[in-house]
Design a protein around this ligand. Structure first.
Ligand SMILES: Cc1ncc(C[n+]2csc(CCOP(=O)(O)OP(=O)(O)O)c2C)c(N)n1
Length: 375
């Protein structure tokens, strides 16, 4: 029996960690699920937010830690340096280091591989953990970093979990936030389709048009259903779907569809304000809201409880918004006449179709997409 996840949680407990801020990665889905049972855990919408929360907690005397993916470090760097490091506050970072071991997603390599050099360059100490035998050393380092009020990163190789016998059934968790009593502009229709069902339904409208698609399973599902040159499949850069779509819409007269996700939009909601300001009439954003981080194990996002993405879009100034759940509502929604950008809040059930990886590299995706734009 080997359970490095349980061992690591035990080390954190013994080290006095009393606040955990997390954003999921597929490789540490079991670790995060386990952490939920043992810690006061804050699920984040953006990794950088966790740096602020942990700084506040450290100011108040807590021993905070974060569990994130290597890509998330890119979102955190400025705050790590100009807040946590600058004020000499302690923070333990547990980083699922992608791109270094049996990596299936090429876009994980650029950030994951350079992480040690990056930490060297900015003066953040780190320990690479590749085997469960190394876990006991985490405790000593934890004690040191809280005593000396430093940031220290523990780089968790996917090899660490390779022989784990831990089995956790990933039933959809509940969002713990209180449902805020926002005045809803209309009743939310009940979801009936999964993300795949939404894409299947919208296939006739997407066909022949520019489609910018969210990373992870959404892009794989789109490729499976409608592999066309006018699709831009995101392979990384979570949070950028709508931003990319806006950039394209501002630069072509063609119709542009964005297929975004609730987790990704919550990572960069400010883009909706920019969309409202830019007023591109050729832009339709379909926010596929399955109330979860579907691609990394269905961990609930805050749309499961207190966030209504349509109200968020309206609040940022997008005037043409609509909710849709059924096939009929979806067709009607995307055909709605709109004089500025259109925001379709597609309420869906969680769940991923069993689809393979996209057999295209970034340059192939780019070149066929650019050729379509020139046509
Ligand atoms: C900066 C960053 N943090 C975390 C991840 C890991 N990650 C990849 S996809 C994903 C979930 C995206 O959720 P959502 O946008 O709701 O789409 P869904 O898969 O649910 O359709 C996460 C957390 C990442 N790729 N980049």
């Amino acid at each position: 029996m080997s359970c490095p996840e349980e061992e690591l949680i035990a080390v954190l407990k013994a080290g006095g960690v009393d606040l955990l801020a997390t954003l999921p990665c597929d490789r540490i889905r079991n670790l995060i699920a386990l952490a939920d049972e043992s810690f006061f855990r804050i699920p984040l919408t953006r990794e950088e937010d966790g740096v602020g929360i942990c700084a506040g907690a450290a100011l108040a005397g807590r021993r905070p830690a974060m569990i994130v993916q290597s890509s998330g470090i890119g979102n955190m760097l400025n705050s790590l340096l100009s807040l946590t490091g600058f004020y000499e506050l302690p923070l333990a970072l547990f980083v699922s280091q992608r791109g270094i071991y049996k990596e299936g997603i090429a876009a994980q390599v650029p950030m994951g591989k350079v992480l040690p050099q990056l930490f060297d360059a900015v003066g953040i100490g780190y320990t690479s953990l590749e085997h469960p035998d190394a876990l006991p050393s985490v405790g000593e380092e934890l004690e040191r970093l809280y005593r000396e009020k430093r940031i220290h990163a523990f780089l968790l190789s996917p090899a660490l979990w390779e022989d784990s016998t831990l089995e956790i059934s990933h039933s959809l968790g509940r969002c713990r936030c209180e449902a805020v009593d926002v005045e809803r502009n209309r009743k939310n229709p009940d979801p009936v389709l999964t993300r795949y069902g939404v894409l299947e339904t919208l296939r006739p409208e997407l066909e022949g048009n520019v489609v910018i698609c969210n990373l992870g399973v959404p892009s794989k599902e789109l490729y499976q259903l409608l592999p066309q040159a006018s699709n831009f499949y995101m392979l990384g850069s979570m949070g950028m779907t709508t931003s990319i779509g806006l950039g394209v819409a501002l630069s072509t007269p063609k119709q542009v569809f964005v297929l975004d996700g609730d987790g990704s939009l919550l990572m960069n909601p400010g883009t909706l304000a920019t969309v409202a300001m830019a007023r591109s009439g050729n832009l339709t954003i379909v926010a596929v809201d399955n109330a979860s981080y579907g691609s990394t194990g269905n961990q609930p996002t805050l749309t499961a409880g207190c966030v209504d993405l349509e109200l968020v879009a309206r609040g940022f100034g997008i005037r043409n918004t609509v909710k849709a759940a059924s096939r009929e509502e979806l067709h009607r929604a995307v055909q709605m006449p709109h004089d500025g950008p259109l925001f379709v809040h597609a309420l869906t059930l969680p769940g991923n179709a069993a689809v393979p990886n996209i057999p295209l590299g970034p340059l192939e995706i780019k070149e066929q997409f650019q050729e379509f734009l020139r046509s």
